[in-house]
Design a protein around this ligand. Structure first.
Ligand code: FAD
Ligand code: NAD
Length: 465
């Protein structure tokens, strides 16, 4: 057994672990990352964000070819199989792994491939790929072990037609019909992807509306457009039984309905990866979802053990995980730490959705006097040129102070567009003002123009008050 001592050992090489390690190394600490997978990048790169977004991009290109009349001169609409689309996805994953791997040598961070388990608060035992064991000791640890799909015991995930968001990427056939159980962000994103690939999709939601944390108008628009793509959205439904057959899957619902499809994609919740970490050896306990509680410095109940990313639960985003990783490194060295609590929402459905700040419901409940300004993408020159006319930008602003309180957007590139407004919204008073959008010249034609239209629409409503 070798013996190595570090200032900081990070467990997990996803966005949270990588950001913590690189940032701590740049601050002068001697750092190692332990990763159980042979390739760095975490679930983000291999199973979650990157594959799903690359898949969506390819499918969107196909949809554009199939629906825009200009391409008919090149040929008739075409279908691609799921494995064909996955080929381009795997190339993106390889580029990502190559890039992330280069960060380790460049920042002199040791990468140890193996499964880490605490022995005590200053050491972990690492089970290496060849079965050998190594003890690594450190002053401090960051747990960044991420999450995995939650699998209820009464669903047979060994059945070849039953998938979760990890295993769906290995699907070797192209179902004609698929049931997606769980209409959270993952379920809605995959419903868009599969519908665009021409599959018949049943999207099962246990709640009254899709993605209830969104502004109502945006959630309604998502329901409308998913249905418009042929997705059957079923609200207020819970499964009773999942029956795998030779040709597919039948789902019996508590409501008495029976739904059949060639495949089932289960996306109902995630659990933190803490089960094999040996937390009992350091007196730590995860909650029922396998998540660790942390304080404002991302420190767990054990003073030299920190945790960031999906393993601490909300918001469970790659975007926030990168920032939490940098924040925990700052907290460890005692310089420039901040709490990450204002991550925007970026949902890569078709259409794309993005928002930052308060919703109308939140402002109404809080009795904040606000007004709304809207711009429809179809009225902008840029959307008419690109042919992506579905979408809307909506700005919520305070009637008296004119500060921007919330920005909600759906349509092509919504996740980029929202950042224009976010930059203004983050300014201290009086610079956070809706007036910015009417007093600033924007490139033309751009989608930024939608901000001016929405601001004018909103301001016109209050001039008559
Ligand atoms: C389908 C899907 C789509 C998503 N899309 C988006 C999106 O568009 N935008 C967004 O912001 N977020 C998205 N997310 C969420 C995002 O992927 C996660 O928030 C992010 O991956 C969390 O990063 P992390 O570093 O905490 O963990 P992970 O990326 O999960 O990485 C954790 C790493 O720890 C390793 N590990 C675990 N246990 C051990 C151990 N004992 N020893 C050694 N190594 C260990 C794992 O092998 C893994 O590599 C998506 C997630 C899914 C599932
Ligand atoms: N574009 C993005 O930002 C993006 C994309 C995909 C996933 N993600 C992140 O990944 C995480 C997981 O996404 P998701 O769609 O699986 O989950 P989710 O948290 O959105 O929930 C999915 C569904 O499962 C239900 N659910 C969640 N946990 C449950 C539990 N323990 N028991 C019973 N029901 C439960 C929810 O009510 C919902 O209907 C989310 O936190 C999300 O932020 C983000």
């Amino acid at each position: 057994m070798a013996d190595s001592k570090y200032d900081l050992v990070v467990i997990g090489s996803g966005p949270a672990g990588e950001a913590a390690a690189m940032s701590a190394a740049k601050k002068g600490l001697r750092v190692a990352v332990i990763e159980r997978s042979a390739a760095v990048g975490g679930n983000c790169t291999h199973k979650g964000t990157i594959p799903s977004k690359a898949l969506r991009h390819s499918v969107k290109q196909l949809m554009r070819y199939n629906t825009q009349s200009v391409f008919r001169a090149l040929g008739e609409p075409r279908r691609l199989t799921f494995p064909q689309v996955m080929e381009s996805v795997n190339k993106v994953i390889s580029y990502q792994v190559e890039m992330h791997t280069s960060f380790y040598a460049r920042n002199r961070v040791d990468l140890i491939v193996g499964d880490a388990k605490f022995r005590d608060a200053n050491s972990v035992e690492v089970k290496l790929a060849d079965g050998a064991r190594e003890i690594i000791t450190a002053e401090k640890f960051v747990v960044a072990t991420g999450s995995r799909p939650y699998r209820p015991a009464d669903v047979d995930f060994d059945h070849p037609r039953v998938y979760d968001s990890d295993t769906i990427l290995d699907m070797e056939h192209t179902p004609q019909a698929i049931i997606i159980y769980g209409a959270g962000v993952i379920g809605c994103e995959y419903a868009s992807i599969f519908a665009a690939l021409g599959m018949k999709v049943d999207l099962i939601n246990s709640r009254n509306h899709l993605l209830e944390f969104l502004d109502d108008e945006i959630s309604d628009a998502l329901s409308y457009h998913l249905r418009d793509m042929g997705v059957t959205v079923r609200h207020r439904e819970e499964y009773a039984k999942v029956i795998g057959t030779d040709r597919g899957v039948t789902m019996e619902m508590q409501s008495g309905k029976r739904i059949w499809a060639d495949a089932l994609l289960w996306c109902n919740g995630r659990s933190g990866n803490t089960g094999s970490l040996g937390l009992d050896k350091i007196g730590l306990e995860a909650n029922h979802r396998g998540q660790l509680a942390v304080d404002d410095h991302y420190c767990t109940a054990v003073e030299n053990v920190f945790a960031v990313g999906d393993v601490i639960g909300w918001p469970s985003l790659a975007s926030a995980s990168y920032d939490q990783g940098r924040a925990v490194a700052a907290a460890i060295v005692g310089r420039g730490h901040r709490v990450i609590e204002d991550a925007p929402t970026g949902i890569y459905t078709l259409p794309e959705i993005s928002s930052v700040g308060k919703t109308e419901t939140e402002l109404t409940n809080a009795k904040v006097p606000y007004e709304v300004g809207r711009a429809l993408f179809k009225h902008t020159a840029r959307a008419q040129i690109s042919g992506e006319r579905v979408g809307m930008l909506k700005i919520l602003f305070h009637i008296e102070t004119r500060e921007i309180l919330g920005i909600h957007c759906f349509g092509a590139e919504a996740a980029e567009i929202v950042h224009i407004g976010q930059a203004i919204m983050k300014q201290p008073a009086p610079n956070n003002s809706i007036d910015f959008f009417v007093n600033t010249t924007f490139n033309y034609p751009t989608m930024a123009e939608a901000y001016r239209s929405a601001a004018l629409d909103g301001l016109n409503r209050i001039t008559r008050l």
